[in-house]
Design a protein around this ligand. Sequence first.
Ligand SMILES: Cc1cc2nc3c(=O)[nH]c(=O)nc-3n(C[C@H](O)[C@H](O)[C@H](O)COP(=O)(O)OP(=O)(O)OC[C@H]3O[C@@H](n4cnc5c(N)ncnc54)[C@H](O)[C@@H]3O)c2cc1C
Ligand code: SF4
Length: 337
Amino acid sequence: MKHIIVIGGGVAGMQCAAELAAHNFKVTLLEKDSDMGGKIRGWHKLFPTFTPADEVLSGLRLKLAQAQNITIMTGSKAVEISSTKVALASGKELECDAVVIATGYTLFDARIKEEYGYGIYDNVITSADLEEMFNKGDVRMKDGSTPRRIAILHCVGSRDEKVCQRHCSKVCCVTGVKQAIELKQLYPAADVFNFYMDIRMFGPGYEEMYREAQQTYNVHFVRGRISEVSPNIDKRLQIKAEDTLTGRPLRMGVDMLVLLTGMRANDDNSHFAANSNLRCQPSGFMQPRDSFLHNTESNVEGIFYAGAITAPKNVGEALNDGATAALRVKAWLESKK
Ligand SMILES: Cc1cc2nc3c(=O)[nH]c(=O)nc-3n(C[C@H](O)[C@H](O)[C@H](O)COP(=O)(O)OP(=O)(O)OC[C@H]3O[C@@H](n4cnc5c(N)ncnc54)[C@H](O)[C@@H]3O)c2cc1C
Ligand code: SF4
């Protein structure tokens, strides 16, 4: 029985491992953390349907539990990769017939954009922090009071030459709209403002959510980038921006600022590229063999990709990649017979 190693136990890796097992391969799924699920373990409800992230994860866990011939190794970080061998940080080496890399992405560290005061001022949080608060059912300011005015800032650590992240992270506009709706559901009397450069609502149901946010929930959208945040005497946050539609400077006091942090490439990617002859894109995400017919294959025979390792993707796309990569592995192994 051929042995396939899937590296990364996020949604893409879990899906790929389950599909490979269904095609009668022996599969080892490596996850560096103590549990599987990747980033969505931290998310509350998923756009565009507001499906609980837990529901998607439970479905994937069940699929893995029902599959034969899968070994799941949590706490196992892959450090060296070839098409026939994967070395772990523990020093252990595993032999295989093909490898699928599904190691996902890294959240941009909002502290790098010092001007927004993350880690400096209370009540400046990231979109990931807000998901955690939604999960706990408790969205409050540091002093325990409820926020009355909230600003959500788009493109933090994306489309930004200064921090070497030129790409659009693709999912943060819709995340900002989803989070604005959830905030209004929680606090109907609160004012929620989204500060954006462009609104990119590319997926099915996204544009409808954007309209619903305005028409049903009265979420405000301001075209402009916040340039500076400072604390007020009354402990609110003073934000400075320019409304680029009217051309006027704008100052506003808010209780909470949510930074929509982008998806950046993992630091490991360049190491894997250098040691395994894999190609990276200028953004740092891995380069598939081509963007159309072979977008879950790498440029190295026997090494495949699934999920956000190659570009910012939503959960549906990462799941589709997982299933496609499994079929590609199967076709490639059959072609070698
Ligand atoms: C704030 C925010 C909210 C979002 N909300 C939504 C939403 O509502 N709906 C939606 O469709 N999408 C959403 N997304 C996008 C979603 O997070 C991604 O689509 C999804 O996480 C991609 O899954 P993945 O498996 O490719 O990567 P990841 O989730 O990053 O999983 C990769 C896994 O690989 C593991 N790993 C990494 N390196 C190694 C290694 N060397 N060895 C072993 N394991 C390793 C990691 O620990 C991780 O478990 C959101 C993104 C953000 C930033
Ligand atoms: S999806 Fe929206 S918020 Fe995210 S980087 Fe692109 S334009 Fe900015």
